[in-house]
Design a protein around this ligand. Sequence first.
Ligand SMILES: [Zn+2]
Length: 189
Amino acid sequence: MAILKVARMGHPVLRARARAIDPGAISSSRVQQLIDDMFETMHEYQGVGLAAPQVHESVRVFVAGFAPEEDEGDEPSRAQGVPKMALINPEITPLSQETVEDWEGCLSIPDIRGRVPRARQILVRAYDRRGRPIEMKATGFTARVIQHETDHLDGVLFFDRMRSFETLTFLDEFGRYWTGTDVGAVKAE
Ligand SMILES: [Zn+2]
């Protein structure tokens, strides 16, 4: 396995629409290696999700996962964690009009946080890393992470989804002025 270089905002790969992966190629060593390397890269940088364009591969796959935190304070989204997943060619359908706003970060936009509205509940259709079609419902923080990562596959960054930039903050200032104000997705994706 290998730790891959993460593309930062400004690199054109982050603004391109990534190519679908042929389901028959999911079991190939190339795709399996990419998924393994993406998990290792995500863990190295303590992210909660990572999309292939963030490691300069313009294909439609992302990984995510985050163990529940025991000392979660009063923040339920962090207590729940995010199940480990590698999703290929994901398609999202919002299950209601309801949106929730919470903090997001991004490994491609280091040390910045901002509040982003996302659908509260979604249905995701995708292939898993064994090439099996799957369908899952997700809510809360997990739904947020899946939406953030799927956006990466369409060249969309979380800034694009913000209603205003008033909550954009550097990480130091986030810790000084914003913690305790509904702090949720403080890890980068
Ligand atoms: Zn991101």
